[in-house]
Design a protein around this ligand. Structure first.
Ligand code: ADP
Length: 604
C-alpha cells in the first residue's frame, strides 16, 4: 500500500484514538479526582443537616428537661429516632455526662460513613446536658454518587458522539479527499493519466487543482519523451540498417578481392608482384576487420548479440590468439611472452569465438601500441566450488601507455586516448568497446592499468560453467588440403559474378568438381538432374533468394533433398542463423570466403 494512503488513514485512527482516550481519561479523572471531593461535600452537607435536626430535637426536649418530665423526653426521642431511617443512635447526656437515654446499654455503632453530631442543651446559661445523634449517610452518598455517575456518563457519551460526528465530518471533508489525491498520485506513478481528483474551493481543492496541472505537464512531457524515443528508435534502426547495408556492400567486393588475391598469391609471382598482392591482402583483411567491428557494434546497439553456449577449451583459445598475433609481434621485433597456466583438459561452456576475439583485440592493441620491448600474455583458471571456472587473462605491454585521464573513456565507442594516434597507429576506436560489450555479455569484467610511456596491462575476468562434454572442432585444418574436394561435387549459387568466379576457383583448387548457378531458379534446375555432395547458397539474391531456393531443394522434386547446404552471407547475425536453419540449411559461412576458412570448414 502506498505510503501516503497509510499516513492519511492513520489520521482516522488518530482521531478515533483521541476520542477513546479522551473519554477514558474523563472517566478516570472523575473516578479518582472528583469522586473523593464529591464524597467530602456530601458528608459535610449531611453532617450539617443532622446537626440542625439534632438542635431542633434538643430544643424540643428542653421544656421536658426543665420541668423534669424525663419520660416525655424519652418518648419524644424514641419517636424521632424511629422516624429517621438513617439515624443509628440517639443519646441524651445530663450535665454531668451521664447517659439519660436510651435506658438500656447499646453497642456503639461504627461504619465508614457514620456521622456523629452533638447539640448542647442549655437554658439561661445553665447547662442541662447534650444530645448526640449518630447517622449512617452511606446510602445517601451512594445514591448521590450514582446519580452523578449517570450524569457524567451521559455527558461523556454525548461528548464522544459529538467528537465522532466531528471525526465523520473531518473524514468526509478532508481525509477522504486527501486519500483520493494520494490514490491519484499512485495512478500517475504507474502511468495512468485518467485521474479522479476531489473537487472544491478549499485548500484540498487547490491541491487537487495543482495536482491536475502537474498531471497535464507530466503527460505532455511523457508524450514528447515517448515520441522522441520512438524517433530515436527509428533513427537507430535506420542507422543499423544503413550500417548493415553498407557493411554488406563493402563485404561483397571484399569477397572478391581477398580470395582472388589469395588465389593469385598461390601462383608463381615475381617479388614486386608478390609485394603488391600482399598489400591487397593486408588491406583487404584490415578492411574486413573494420566492417566486422561496425557490424558487431550495430548488433550490440540493437541488443542482438547472442553468445554461443558450447563446450570449448580455454587453453586452446589462448594458444590460438597467441599464435595469430605472433607474426605481427615478431615483424615488429617485439618479444611475445606467453604464460598460460589454464589446464589443457579444462572444458568450459561459452562462446569460444567471442573469447578469442576479446584476446586478439587486446593482444592486437598491445602489439600495435608497443614500439619496442615485449608483450606478455598470461592466462589462468581457478575452478570454483559450484562447477564454474574463473578465467583471468592479462595482456601486458611496454608500449606508449595511456594517460590516467583518458583511461575511463577508452572503453567507449570511437574513443581513443589521443586523437592524434589514429594517424600514427590507425584504428577506429571500436576495438575496446567491443571487448567491453562482449565481456559484459559474458558477465565478466575488463579493467586496465597504465602508465604513460611505461606500458599498459589489460585484465579480463570471466566465470564460465565447467563441463565434461567433448569439444567439437569445426575448424581443424587438414594436412592435405588439396585432397578435400577430390572426387566430390559442389554447386555454388551466387548472383554476384565476381563472388561466383572466386568461390568456384577456390573450390576447384580444393579438388571439387564445381558447377555454378547465378540465380535461385538456375540452382533449382541444376539440382533437379544432378546429385551434389555440397551446395553453397548465397542468402541474398534477387527474385528467388537463397532461403526460398533451399526450401524448394529440400522439398523436392530433385536429387538433392538431403544434400548439405551451406548458407553464404555477408552479415552473420543470430537471426540469420535462425532463418537459415528454418529454411533447411545446415550451416552458415561468412563472406568474404577465404580459402583457409573454407578448407577448415570442409575438413571439419
Ligand atoms: P583503436 O585501437 O582502434 O583505436 P580501441 O578501442 O582498441 O581502438 O582502443 C581505444 C584507444 O585505447 C586506442 O586508440 C588507444 O588510445 C588506447 N589503447 C588501447 N590499447 C592500448 C595499449 N595497449 N597501449 C596504449 N594505448 C592503448
Amino acid at each position: 500500500m502506498p505510503l501516503q494512503t497509510k499516513t492519511l488513514q492513520s489520521i482516522r485512527v488518530r482521531i478515533s484514538a483521541v476520542i477513546v482516550t479522551g473519554s477514558v481519561c474523563g472517566a478516570l479523572i472523575f473516578e479518582f479526582a472528583w469522586v473523593p471531593r464529591l464524597t467530602e461535600l456530601i458528608v459535610n452537607a449531611q453532617s450539617r443537616e443532622i446537626r440542625r435536626e439534632a438542635e431542633i430535637l434538643s430544643d424540643g426536649i428542653l421544656p421536658y428537661l426543665l420541668s423534669n418530665q424525663i419520660g416525655a423526653a424519652y418518648e419524644t426521642l424514641s419517636v424521632v429516632e424511629n422516624r429517621y431511617d438513617n439515624w443509628v443512635a440517639v443519646t441524651l447526656y445530663d450535665a454531668e455526662g451521664q447517659v439519660l437515654y436510651p435506658l438500656e446499654d447499646r453497642q456503639p455503632e461504627t461504619g465508614q460513613y457514620h456521622v456523629t453530631e452533638t447539640a448542647m442543651i442549655a437554658f439561661e446559661g445553665r447547662d442541662l446536658g447534650r444530645l448526640s445523634v449518630v447517622a449512617d449517610i452511606e446510602p445517601e452518598i451512594l445514591r448521590l454518587r450514582n446519580e452523578v455517575w449517570r450524569i457524567v456518563s451521559a455527558g461523556l457519551g454525548v461528548l464522544a458522539l459529538i467528537l465522532l460526528g466531528i471525526a465523520f465530518v473531518v473524514d468526509r471533508l478532508f481525509i477522504r479527499r486527501l486519500i483520493q489525491v494520494a490514490h491519484a498520485a499512485d495512478e500517475l506513478a504507474v502511468g495512468n493519466y485518467e485521474l479522479s481528483l476531489p473537487k472544491g474551493d478549499d485548500e484540498i481543492g487547490q491541491l487537487a487543482h495543482r495536482f491536475e496541472s502537474m498531471r497535464i505537464r507530466i503527460q505532455d512531457q511523457t508524450d514528447s519523451l515517448r515520441e522522441a524515443r520512438a524517433r530515436a528508435e527509428v533513427a537507430l534502426e535506420a542507422r543499423s540498417r544503413f550500417l548493415a547495408t553498407v557493411s554488406h556492400e563493402i563485404r561483397t567486393p571484399l569477397n572478391g578481392i581477398i580470395p582472388a588475391a589469395e588465389l593469385l598469391s598461390d601462383t608463381p609471382l615475381d617479388a614486386a608482384q608478390r609485394q603488391k598482392v600482399d598489400i591487397i591482402l593486408t588491406s583487404g583483411k584490415a578492411l574486413t576487420t573494420i566492417v566486422d567491428d561496425i557490424l558487431d557494434v550495430s548488433m550490440f546497439e540493437n541488443g542482438k548479440l547472442v553468445l554461443r553456449d558450447a563446450p570449448f577449451s580455454p587453453a586452446e583459445i589462448c594458444a590460438d590468439a597467441f599464435e595469430i598475433l605472433r607474426a605481427n609481434a615478431e615483424a615488429k621485433g617485439l618479444a611475445l611472452i606467453k604464460d598460460c597456466t589454464v589446464p589443457a583438459d579444462l572444458i568450459c561452456r561459452g562462446d569460444a569465438n567471442r573469447l578469442r576475439q576479446i584476446l586478439i583485440n587486446l593482444l592486437g592493441n598491445a602489439v600495435k601500441f608497443t614500439k619496442e620491448g615485449s608483450v606478455s600474455f598470461a592466462g589462468s583458471a581457478t575452478e570454483t566450488s559450484d562447477d564454474r571456472a574463473r578465467l583471468v587473462f592479462e595482456v601486458t605491454d611496454t608500449g606508449i601507455g595511456i594517460e590516467t585521464v583518458a583511461l575511463p573513456r577508452i572503453f567507449q565507442r570511437f574513443e581513443q586516448a589521443d586523437g592524434s594516434m589514429t594517424r600514427r597507429f590507425g584504428g577506429s576506436g571500436l576495438g575496446l568497446s567491443i571487448v567491453k560489450s562482449l565481456v559484459d555479455a559474458m558477465g565478466g569484467t575488463v579493467s586496465v592499468q597504465s602508465v604513460l610511456g611505461v606500458g599498459s596491462t589489460f585484465r579480463v575476468e570471466v566465470e564460465l560453467d565447467v563441463t565434461s562434454a567433448p569439444v567439437k572442432h569445426a575448424e581443424e585444418a587438414t594436412p592435405e588440403p588439396a585432397l578435400i574436394g577430390a572426387g566430390r561435387s559442389a554447386l555454388i549459387v551466387d548472383d554476384n559474378e565476381i563472388n561466383l568466379t572466386v568461390a568456384a576457383a577456390m573450390l576447384a583448387r580444393l579438388g571439387f568438381d564445381v558447377e555454378t548457378a547465378d540465380t535461385g531458379e538456375a540452382a533449382l534446375a541444376k539440382t533437379r538432374n544432378r546429385t551434389f555432395d555440397i551446395i553453397f547458397m548465397d542468402m541474398h539474391m534477387p527474385e528467388m533468394d537463397g532461403l526460398i531456393a533451399t526450401r524448394h531443394i529440400r522439398n523436392g522434386p530433385g536429387l538433392n533433398t538431403a544434400t548439405k547446404i551451406v548458407a553464404l552471407t555477408a552479415s552473420v547475425q543470430a537471426e540469420d542463423m535462425e532463418k537459415c536453419r528454418a529454411a533447411g540449411m545446415d550451416t552458415l559461412l561468412a563472406k568474404p570466403l577465404r580459402i583457409d576458412t573454407l578448407q577448415a570448414f570442409l575438413s571439419g
